[in-house]
Write a protein that binds this ligand. Structure first.
Ligand SMILES: C[S@@+](CC[C@H](N)C(=O)[O-])C[C@H]1O[C@@H](n2cnc3c(N)ncnc32)[C@H](O)[C@@H]1O
Length: 530
């Protein structure tokens, strides 16, 4: 295999399994001499440094579709993906010291790329100007990383305080105090601009990398904005799909530091109850502080181990939805490049560590599967979201598969929610090969890849069961109930499809209700005093 193909195979392998570059050389089955190893390692690391820029260029010059014959969508087994091959070749053409691809001019992949050489060069110059970089080398991924900074607007503060902390007020604040202008989604994000994220249009603001207006800002100090990566907002969003007031309560089994708990509280309009478990004493203190700052009024915190809780305890009888975001390897949190060059970790140590984590994660899911009411023998919990910030299939799809196959799942009828209920507009889904080849299961879960999705690496799966006291079978539901449910579902879809229908935020609705109430009170007082 030639030098470029070897490097591309390593990148494929890293994307799939993570680990160090050196480790990937071995596990990708490449047998190279020491000088070849050195050369391949250097190319992989350099390509990964420039990957965000290379991907932006490939969005503008879509080589995969322009040169489909040379770069097929599916490549034969034991050959690298076309995308990774293009990345390493393009890296050498644009960023290597010799600015050329070191292969015969007759090699079809080189020929195909060279056809578009001048276009790539001119687009690179444009990008450099847009980013304000003097040298093209300055486009390399820095240790700050990322293409965006995400900020979640927290409506709980607006709901619980007399002042105006609404989204509109935030937009005004950003314009007047920091000179930030609200625009439509644009990549790369121009400096001084921000937009609402198309997948979370009601709460997530997207700023250019390097933004830090919140330092010593009153909105941040008040807890009205929370710094939270986009992918980590997905679990609460998926868990609360179709939620209505009066449905029941929620449980967050692994809550600290509390970002997802406070997001859940916001999606519940700060009403009903969230039971929040945290095992560690130190992290529990952080959780309490965080929830107080975020104005969460509906959380009952427990400094205890979820696995030691009794899932059939009467106090949890009303819990219909559970969030499970257990400890994981954190391999998706990539804001530094150290994982690329870390000393080679012994493969067997790595496998053992992942095995232990996966066993714990599975145990947590199975414990949650048992949540049901002992009062009336009607299962209450009907929706469980499992998430990790890991990109290892061992902690993601493989745990989900084992959970589905467990006797607890089979006995209680737990299965995966369909894609339509799990952020359907998010295109990167699970790996079928780690779900027994089942494409439908793979479609049901979400994956995020660092660099490629402008988020941390992340995984979300949603288990559901039908035997719920709330969702009656369609035969028993009235036409009105079904229409209402369809409407709720449709509105979720519309939001997610990025149609950004002008919806009233919960805070606006709450303020209107409060205003109406006080007008009513005033009229009453006026009529009695008159
Ligand atoms: C990935 S973090 C959760 C992050 C949190 N969901 C957030 O978004 O801010 C996992 C947390 O679960 C806690 N934890 C791990 N095992 C637990 C258990 N069995 N019961 C309760 N908490 C647990 C850990 O101490 C850690 O704080």
């Amino acid at each position: 295999m030639n030098f470029y193909k070897s490097a591309a195979s390593v990148i494929d392998h890293l994307d799939k399994h993570q680990g160090s570059v050196k480790g990937s050389l071995v596990t990708a089955g490449l047998k190279l001499s020491p000088p070849e190893t050195k050369r391949v390692l250097a190319l992989v690391i350099e390509t990964l440094k420039y990957r965000p820029v290379l991907i932006q260029l490939l969005d503008i010059v879509p080589l995969l579709s322009l040169e489909r014959t040379t770069f097929p969508k599916k490549t034969p087994p034991r050959t690298p993906s076309s995308r990774s091959l293009i990345l390493v070749l393009l890296h050498d053409l644009l960023f290597s010291t010799k600015s050329r691809i070191e292969a015969s001019d007759k090699w079809p992949p080189k020929e195909a790329i060279l056809k578009h050489k001048s276009r790539f060069h001119s687009e690179l110059v444009k990008l450099q100007i847009r980013e304000g970089k003097q040298r093209k080398e300055d486009l390399a991924r820095s240790s700050q990383g990322g293409e965006a900074r995400y900020v979640r607007w927290n409506p709980n503060i607006d709901l619980s305080r007399p002042e105006d902390w609404s989204l509109d007020a935030l937009f005004r604040h950003l314009k007047e105090k920091h000179g930030f202008e609200h625009v439509e989604e644009t990549w790369p994000i121009p400096s001084g601009k921000f937009f609402m994220d198309p997948h979370l249009p009601d709460c997530l603001l997207v700023f250019p990398p390097g933004t830090n207006w919140w330092v010593e800002d009153e909105w941040y100090a008040a807890g009205a904005v929370i710094l939270q990566d986009k992918a980590s907002c997905f679990p609460a969003k998926v868990l609360m799909h179709g939620w209505r007031d009066g449905e029941g309560e929620c449980l967050d089994a692994t809550a600290a530091p509390g970002n997802k708990t406070s997001h859940l509280a916001a999606l519940m309009g700060n009403r009903s109850t969230i039971w929040a478990f945290e095992r560690s004493k130190g992290r529990f203190i952080t959780l309490e502080k965080m929830l107080a700052k975020a104005g969460c009024n509906n959380v009952k915190v427990r400094n205890s181990d979820f696995l030691e809780s009794n899932p059939r305890d009467e106090q949890f009888a009303k819990v219909t939805r559970i969030l499970l975001d257990p400890s994981c390897s954190g391999s998706g949190i990539v804001n530094r490049l150290d994982y690329l060059v870390e000393a080679e970790v012994d493969e067997s140590d790595r496998a053992e560590r992942l095995e232990k984590l996966a066993a714990f994660q599975l145990q947590m899911i199975q414990h949650a599967f048992q949540c049901k009411s002992s009062l009336n023998a009607i299962p209450a919990a009907r929706r469980i979201v499992y998430s990790t910030c890991s990109i290892h299939a061992e902690e993601d799809e493989q745990v989900v598969r084992a959970a589905l196959q467990s006797s607890d799942a089979q006995a209680a009828g737990w299965k995966l929610a369909p894609r339509a209920e799990v952020l359907p507009a998010w295109s990167r889904r699970g790996r079928a090969e780690d779900l027994g080849g089942d494409e439908t299961l793979a479609e049901s879960v979400i994956r995020c890849l660092p660099d490629q999705d402008k988020t941390n690496g992340f995984f979300v799966a949603c288990f559901v069961r039908n035997s719920s006291p709330i969702l009656k079978s369609s035969a028993k539901r009235s036409v009105e109930e079904m229409q209402e449910e369809d409407a709720a579902f449709q509105s979720d879809l519309e939001l997610e499809e990025g149609l950004k229908a002008k919806i009233k935020t919960q805070a606006q609705q709450e303020r209107a209700r409060r205003k109406k109430q006080s007008q009513k009170k005033r009229r009453k007082t006026e009529s009695t005093s008159g």
